[in-house]
Ligand binder design. Structure first.
Ligand code: ZN
Length: 310
């Protein structure tokens, strides 16, 4: 019988980061500018360690290589997904990610990046950048080269519980006052097109203007995901998205809910509440992997969890 794999998150300090990882989740963060919690990650820039059971102390990347049966022998040279919490105290740069094809050629065989955001919390009147207002590729390039940011950038209001799918080529930015759970392809390739002329250690952060122009799709097309809510007796399931890289669902559990996850494996993040899974106590801020053919998970309590599968 396999065990659930609980992971120890890796934290990243960022010029736009804050301290809500500590105040909201009780994490031991490295500073008051902690922007990212890599919660389920086997990426070399932040490889999570298993906290429990027979694999305690192993890195997720090692398990992926040595114990692939835990992941249903999924065919990929690396763990395909990366789950993050992002605490944006200030605005993140305006950015875009390449697709697999562009990244393979221009980024040394890296994967591209498709990602999605679940808004865990945000300030009143918070907004987010998704897309742009240029009508074609030529105008997009003109607006970027001319630094016509106000005209160019498409900013929309958000609220807690919103969900956004960000495909490669979609201009985007998380704005200050927002806490997000991000599910993404296991890639760290970001092209920064505009950083509000901010300085980091006295210098502007690097921009990637040409790569951005190569990558941004124009005109912008809104990606309306078809969100489906299913109410059952002790659980409400919200299906957010199925795309070629992942599917993402939220489960709001009130009472006891038994489920057998049938995918290769399942990433689970506890967003709110407390309870247990098969007798193991669970609380907000924990992240674990349900391995392949684990069997039935019995969740108990008042819990909101987000699950993703490749
Ligand atoms: Zn992004």
């Amino acid at each position: 019988m396999s065990e659930l794999l609980f992971l120890k998150p890796v934290f990243k300090q960022m010029i736009w980061g804050g301290n809500r990882m500590r105040s909201e989740y009780g994490y031991d963060i490295p500073g008051d500018d902690t922007g990212e919690c890599w919660a389920i990650s086997a990426h070399p820039n932040g490889d999570c360690v298993i906290e429990n059971g027979i694999f305690a102390g192993k890195k997720l990347s090692e398990l992926w290589t040595e114990q692939r049966q835990l992941f249903g022998n999924y065919d990929s040279d690396r763990y395909p997904l990366l789950i993050k919490i992002i605490d944006a105290k200030a605005d993140l740069s305006i950015q875009v990610h390449p697709d697999d094809e562009y990244a393979k050629v221009h980024e040394n065989g890296s994967l591209g990046k498709t990602e999605c955001w679940y808004i865990l919390d945000c300030d009143e009147n918070a907004t987010i950048v998704i897309g742009h207002n240029a009508k074609n590729h030529e105008e997009m390039e003109e607006m970027i080269r001319g630094k016509r940011w106000k005209e160019f950038i498409r900013e929309i209001p958000i609220k807690k519980g919103d969900f956004f799918q960000i495909n490669p080529g979609c201009l985007h930015a998380i704005k200050g006052g927002t806490l997000i759970l991000e599910t993404q392809q296991n890639s760290d390739i970001t092209y920064r097109v505009y950083d509000y002329d901010r300085l980091s250690n006295g210098k502007p952060r690097e921009l990637h203007v040409q790569q951005s122009i190569d990558t941004i799709k124009a005109p912008f097309e809104a990606n309306n995901t078809d969100i489906q809510v299913t109410e059952m007796e002790e659980v409400t399931k919200t299906h957010f998205v199925t795309c070629p890289y992942y599917s993402v669902d939220k489960y709001d559990i009130h009472g006891t809910w038994n489920n057998e996850f049938k995918g290769y494996f399942t990433n689970v993040s506890v967003l709110e509440g407390e309870g247990s899974v098969n007798g193991i106590p669970l609380k907000k801020g924990q992240h674990f992997i349900i391995p392949n053919q684990y069997g039935v998970c019995e969740f108990k309590g008042d819990l909101s969890i987000i699950c993703s599968e490749p």
